[in-house]
Design a protein around this ligand. Structure first.
Ligand code: FES
Length: 107
């Protein structure tokens, strides 16, 4: 499954990840800058904040109101309607080709 991470300066990095892993893992295994994932992927730090490309948001799904993820992102910088935590995006085949935008800084 392919994911393209787009940095804030427009640089695109295409990486590969197995089904069942998360977008956070995809970023960390490939040293994609801007995704720290400090909490180990348990939805507790928000340093894996990404903006899902608008074309992909329906497939990925939006934040659910009242979820832990939404609560965390409330306090993150630059949260938009396309914001998600990469550790909460489980990769599956329908997400092949996913495009995620990485904020220029976390928090
Ligand atoms: Fe910490 Fe995603 S890695 S919230």
């Amino acid at each position: 499954i392919n994911i393209t991470f787009v940095a804030s300066d427009g640089e695109r990095r295409k990486v590969e990840i197995e089904e069942g892993e998360t977008a956070r893992e995809a970023a960390l295994y490939n040293d994609v800058p801007g995704i720290d994932g400090d909490c180990g992927g348990v939805c507790a730090c928000a340093t894996c904040h990404v903006h899902v490309d608008p074309e992909w948001i329906d497939k990925v799904g939006r934040l659910t109101d009242g979820s832990m993820e939404a609560d965390l992102l409330q306090f993150a910088e630059g949260t938009t309607e396309f914001s998600r935590l990469a550790c909460q995006i489980n990769m599956k085949s329908i997400l092949d080709g996913l495009v995620l935008h990485v904020p220029d800084k976390q928090y």
